[in-house]
Write a protein that binds this ligand. Structure first.
Ligand code: CLR
Length: 460
């Protein structure tokens, strides 16, 4: 019956109240005090927050989970890879224009999400450094991983490296796929309008068959020709190219066979600048010009930029200072025999008033029927965080006060633990282990969350 109630529930399509305008606030006035700090140590006025915890934000990876089911329904591993690669890109689609900072999860905070095709549990397993772990299961797949977002200040922009691996398992085929996320850069933190890009190489590996999808997220570049663009190939275990994938992480991913791709490139060679068909990006360098940044820093006399590192990277030109690049629609390519693997859902019409949320994001902090405590919801669930709830309701001062209270409570319990020596905090639902496919350190689900035996948990 409870299952039915959940299935029949229609998710909300807006938040309780529209957001406050951020126009009167300067991000830089806050961030200049945060140079060199870890993401979890940056405390910004709640006006720069969005009413979601990072755990909830992480669950946005799941919005297009139907692509995983589609993958598992394919008989051919190459076809499966098409959909898995599509899913990996789709997971980043909701980041477009989302420039509010999600709340730092408290240590031991959890978030669960149950949808018709899957369920997810997340936990904040470490506070310094901040690490969030997630584990999703469904009849057709397992999807799990952890994210440790690392921050780097580059003068007028901030680069976020989401460290960690994600693993997708398709039990039906005895297959495991892994990949890691690309970097993200928020520009114009000093002056101008904020904008964001994601760039770098994402390598989706099928550990069972050796197939790979190697996708390059391009930096916007000069004149923004490449804004949001993603391209890459599906290869077999001998590195032979089989398919070409292309699109924009904000909009769609298409796929065509390698012959159609090559023919198209021959016929349209004149359209592409020399070297453009090369999909490899210059050694993953961030979309910055370090030297320029350096001189800019000198001129601003800010010698306190701790994490600034001058690298020998190839210079990638940036869009003109302070401007937001616009998409060049004339540069959309459509190669014969392409199929659309993924297309982003339209944002709701009220999105600009609601933190640029997608419909999926709107639903994340909703207390659904049957969830109200003490019924099912775990007492550490992000939905029960009073600060996020208050921001959602438009009570900025209340949210700020609650945020401070929670952070103090968290510090207090850490102190208590320190005094009781040997009483180290351990995550409730995850444990540190080794990823069996990549052999890297990883957070693995210990199980038991869905038994709903929640005692002795008080973090709010
Ligand atoms: C990007 C996709 C990755 C996971 C990930 C980690 C950290 C997130 C980032 C994503 C998106 C941008 C983000 C960031 C943390 C802070 C930053 C939400 C989801 C916002 C935009 C910062 C706004 C304030 C700045 C001006 C400092 O797989």
């Amino acid at each position: 019956d409870e299952e039915n109630e959940r299935e029949n529930h229609k998710s909300r399509t807006s938040l309780p109240v529209p957001m406050f305008s951020r126009n009167d606030f300067s991000i830089w006035s806050v961030l200049k005090n945060c140079i060199g700090k870890e993401l979890s140590k940056i405390t910004m006025p709640v006006i720069f927050n969005e009413p979601l915890s990072f755990l909830q934000r992480m669950c946005e990876y799941m919005e297009y989970a139907k692509l995983i089911r589609l993958a598992s329904e394919q008989e051919d591993p190459v076809e499966r890879m098409k959909y898995i690669a599509g899913f990996a890109v789709s997971a980043l689609g909701s980041n477009w224009e989302r420039l509010g900072k999600p709340f730092n999860p408290l240590l031991g905070e959890t978030f669960e999400l149950q949808r018709s095709e899957y369920r997810v549990v997340c936990e904040q397993v470490s506070h310094h450094p901040p690490v969030s772990a997630f584990h999703a299961d469904s009849p057709s797949f397992l999807f799990h991983g952890s994210i440790h977002p690392k921050l780097k200040f580059w003068g007028k922009s901030v680069e976020i490296q989401p460290k960690g691996i994600v693993t997708l398992e398709l039990p039906k085929w005895g297959e495991a796929y892994t990949w890691s996320n690309v970097n993200c850069c928020v520009h114009n933190i000093i002056v101008g309008k904020l904008w964001m890009e994601q760039y770098g190489t994402m390598e989706v590996v099928n550990h069972t068959t050796g197939h790979k999808a190697i996708l390059t997220f391009k930096p916007a570049g000069w004149a923004s020709k490449d804004l949001h663009r993603v391209e890459g190939f599906i290869t077999d275990k001998n590195k032979k190219k089989l398919h070409f994938l292309y699109g924009k992480w904000t909009e769609f991913i298409k796929c065509t066979d390698i012959d159609s791709y090559e023919e198209y490139m021959k016929e349209n060679a004149h359209k592409f600048r020399k070297g453009d068909e090369k999909v490899k990006s210059p050694n993953d360098s961030p979309a910055h010009t370090p030297r320029k940044v350096f001189s800019k820093l000198n001129s601003l006399k800010m010698s306190s930029f701790k994490s600034l590192s001058i690298q020998d990277s190839e210079d990638i030109p940036e869009p003109p200072e302070g401007e937001i690049p616009k998409c060049d629609s004339t540069y959309s390519i459509d190669i014969p025999h392409s199929v659309t693997v993924w297309e982003a859902e339209q944002r709701p019409p009220n999105t600009a008033e609601y933190y640029q949320f997608t419909l999926f994001a709107m639903s994340l902090n909703e207390i659904e029927p049957g969830m109200e405590p003490p019924k099912t919801l775990c007492p550490t669930d992000s939905r029960l965080r009073p600060d996020i709830r208050k921001l959602e309701a438009g009570d900025i001062d209340g949210a700020a006060a609650e945020k401070t209270r929670l952070e103090e409570k968290q510090r207090e319990s850490r102190k208590l633990r320190k005094n009781k020596k040997g009483d180290e905090w351990t995550p409730r639902w995850f444990r540190l282990g080794t990823n069996p496919y990549t052999h890297q350190e990883d957070w693995l689900y210990s199980g038991g969350y869905w038994d709903r035996n929640y005692t002795d948990l008080d973090i709010f």
